[in-house]
Design a protein around this ligand. Structure first.
Ligand SMILES: [Zn+2]
Length: 349
């Protein structure tokens, strides 16, 4: 069954969004359509006419939830239709086209939440065109649809704390000014196979309770949303301590760990070379001090050379740390420096 964003007979039956979660298979399934058809489909009749029937990994609906901080759904989806209900028949086609284009694009993403809201807005508009009192019908239409678009504008259901990577708790009262409307707190629970195998929830007026149901179920099942440290993907984990989404990312992480380890080893290595070189200089100087008749001015020279060697080494070490120089450049330089002290120590008078 297809849906078109042009003038046609509205669908008069309630169009529902039905969600069922499968803990064993870690899947979510979302259906959109009339109740009777959805029930047929759930019983296994593949030819039942629904507008959408998708199965995705558990958590997909929440992690991909439409987020519209700039209020585009209002501006491009709702407002032109509101204007159309208030304007003369010549202006209506243009306004309908503008809104229909926006909603069709959202519908074609195939994301069930976007599909559902786009379809509901268009269908409710078609219904609002029918009553004689358009003003009142328009008020009802905007009133009903506002809740959906406001939901997209609020904080997304999954908002992650920047520091801890843990999801923040959803608080629906921040989305809605004043008291929470009844429809945002009520949800239809179905057991369509009349056994205990399948549990569904069905939403019509609001998607809030559906989100809350979803979050609560995952919580009951001990599943946590996490954001992968490597690829940034949102995934469900059996414990808060998991930070990586897949074997691929685990492999990447261990490679990265090894690289970091090697780098540290290399850093330690050039540091060690430097320390050895310092010791070498000190040995030479001490030997000179103990040598009877060693020229005092040359000893002064050696001490001064040692100071400037240490000073320059410090700067070069910093450069390696900041990665503006390589450890190899540093060790090559160290090697050259060791000639200076050797020459000063062994120069003939
Ligand atoms: Zn990942």
């Amino acid at each position: 069954m297809d849906f078109e964003f042009v003038r046609h007979e509205p669908l008069y039956d309630r169009i529902l969004l039905v969600l069922t979660l499968d803990r064993q298979k870690m899947k979510e399934r979302i259906l959109i359509g009339e109740e009777l058809q959805i029930r047929f489909r759930l019983q296994g009749y593949a030819d039942a006419e629904v507008l959408c029937d998708v199965t995705r990994p558990l958590g997909a609906m929440l992690s991909a939830f439409e987020h519209d901080p700039d209020g585009e759904w209002n501006r491009f989806g709702l407002m032109p239709l509101r204007e159309a209900l208030h304007s003369n028949r010549w202006k209506q086609p243009g306004l309908e086209q503008a809104s229909g284009g926006f909603l069709a694009k959202k519908y074609l993403t195939g994301d069930p939440v976007r599909m559902y809201v786009a379809l509901r807005i268009w269908n409710e508009y078609l219904k609002a065109r029918e009553p004689r009192n358009r003003e009142a019908a328009c008020e009802r239409f905007i009133g009903k649809m506002n809740g959906f678009t406001a939901l997209f504008m609020g904080n997304p259901p999954l908002d992650f704390d920047e520091d801890s990577g843990k999801p923040k708790r959803l608080n629906i009262s921040t989305h809605i000014y004043g008291s929470v409307p009844q429809e945002d707190t009520r949800l239809d629970l179905w057991y369509p196979d009349s056994k205990r195998n399948m549990e569904c929830v069905s939403a019509y007026s609001s998607l809030y309770p559906l989100i809350i149901y979803y979050l609560n179920r995952l919580n009951d099942w001990g599943l946590y949303f996490r954001k992968c440290k490597i690829c940034g993907k949102v995934f469900l984990a059996k414990s808060q301590r998991y930070e990586l989404c897949s074997d691929k990312c685990r492999k990447k992480q261990s490679l990265q760990n090894k690289r970091e380890f090697d780098e540290r080893a290399r850093e330690n290595n050039y540091d060690l070379l430097y320390k050895n070189e310092c010791q070498n200089w000190r040995n030479k100087i001490n030997k000179a001090k103990k040598t009877p008749g060693f020229p005092a001015d040359r000893l002064e020279e050696m001490l001064a050379a040692f100071e400037s060697f240490k000073k320059e080494a410090l700067q070069r070490k910093q450069a390696v740390k900041k990665k503006t120089a390589s450890p190899k450049e540093f060790s090559d330089w160290l090697l050259q420096q060791s000639n200076i002290i050797v020459e000063l120590a062994e120069q003939e008078n």
